[in-house]
Design a protein around this ligand. Structure first.
Ligand code: SF4
Ligand code: SF4
Length: 391
């Protein structure tokens, strides 16, 4: 197989936040320190070596790139201050931008002023688009879907989802093809027999259930958290609450649609707080808001290695998540007030516009790692299973 050398790889990675890793002499201290490094003893220094010699394809097709949770222990122990933890984070940003066919991700990561302008323009577009079709504001009760038609939100949401899924599938597909080729994983070997299918289902459960939702390695193996730190400030829990909150809100939205489709209740009609979709949405909203707020505070205070360097794109994601969560609560409060507040309509418009933008930009921001990491962990679980069988 021919190896194509990209002489600009190292300097390009630095645009995504990597330190100058040319001083790394592959001593292996980071590998010895990393709680997630497995038995082959080359992670994370192998990734740095790829960057030093310009092996772009090898770097991008490494499943190990996505197994790191940026605890920073390796950076603390590196004798040359190559900051391997930040290198891994920068390499993941670089990977997301490399898989993205539109080039938007690269702009958001490396051109903060243009990226921020695009972000504001996209939100403004959605707000104006929705407002152009607005109806009357009922002063007696907060009638949100009279103000912005439900059908418009519904179909715009579907269009945004389709675009998001398309961009995600293209990017993740590219990544999965590269990793599969590298790992020698074929379709036949994955689903070609009952035994192969069983192993794939187990790997899928490990990547999605145990690791992505259950956060097992982050929680149990990634020993960056100070054990003296109270649970509510532990990094893994903040990360997990953000993920659980986002998934919960997605679940509440789907549940609400399901109830409307089955005719149990119309979307947007007032419901008590204990109603399943409202209860799930409220709990998930609190979880998301808490997780994202803690992330923001930690980044401002630079409390750990992962929070030392923030790109504009990192902030964009946090801000969009926070605004979506907070405005959701404002709307909920407005709905329960005895007199319909006029501000409720404007908050609703803002909420819808930002939520649409959040969904549309998902494959291009840091949130993209929620799509790439499970796929990499799937291959990781398959490889672990293979090496267990070989023993
Ligand atoms: S990154 Fe630092 S600790 Fe890791 S191999 Fe290079 S010099 Fe050693
Ligand atoms: S940041 Fe933590 S998990 Fe990532 S390579 Fe370094 S020690 Fe390992």
């Amino acid at each position: 197989m021919t190896t194509i050398v990209d002489t600009d790889l190292l300097s390009d990675l630095q645009r995504f936040g990597a330190a100058d890793v040319s001083a790394c002499f592959s001593c292996g201290t980071c590998t010895a320190t990393c709680p997630l490094s497995d038995n082959d003893g080359t992670f994370p220094r192998r990734m740095i070596r790829y960057a030093q010699v310009g092996m772009k394809d090898e770097l991008l097709s490494s499943k190990e790139l996505w197994t790191c949770y940026h605890c920073g222990l390796c950076s603390d122990s590196c004798p040359t201050e190559a900051d391997p933890g930040e290198f891994m984070a920068a390499a993941r940003r670089y990977a997301v931008a490399s898989y993205d066919p539109t080039g938007l991700s690269r702009i958001l990561y490396t051109r903060p002023v243009i990226g921020s302008t695009i972000a504001v323009a996209v939100a403004a577009f959605f707000a104006l688009f929705m407002y152009a079709a607005h109806g009357p504001k009922d002063a007696a009760s907060l009638s949100l879907f009279t103000f912005i038609p439900e059908g418009l939100i519904h179909w715009t949401g579907i269009a945004v989802m389709v675009l998001m899924v398309l961009a995600g599938v293209i990017g993740v597909g590219k990544m999965a093809r590269g990793v599969a080729r590298r790992e020698g994983v074929t379709l036949q070997g994955t689903i070609g027999s009952r035994a192969a299918l069983g192993r794939s289902v187990a790997a899928l459960w490990s990547s999605l259930g145990v690791e992505s939702v259950g956060q097992r390695r982050y929680r149990d193996d990634c020993k960056d958290d100070n054990p003296a730190e109270p649970l509510y400030r532990r990094r893994w829990l903040i990360h997990a609450l953000s993920i659980w909150g986002f998934l919960g809100l997605l679940g509440a939205t789907i549940l609400d649609w399901g109830l409307a489709l089955t005719g149990i209740k119309a979307t947007g009609t007032p419901i008590p707080l204990w109603y399943p979709s409202r209860l799930l949405g409220t709990i998930a909203g609190i979880s998301l808001l808490y997780g994202v707020t803690m992330f923001m505070i930690n980044r401002v205070r630079k409390v750990n290695r992962a929070a030392q360097h923030s790109t504009a794109s990192d902030w964009l994601l946090l801000v969009l998540l926070w605004i979506t969560g907070a405005t959701g609560f404002f709307i909920e409060v407005a709905l329960y007030l005895p007199d319909a507040p006029a501000w409720g309509y404007w908050v609703f418009l803002f909420h819808v516009a930002v939520a649409m933008e959040l969904m549309l930009l998902l494959p291009f921001t840091k949130f993209a790692h929620a799509m790439y990491r499970p796929v990499a962990l799937f291959f990781y679980a398959l490889a672990s299973d293979r090496s267990k069988q070989a023993v």
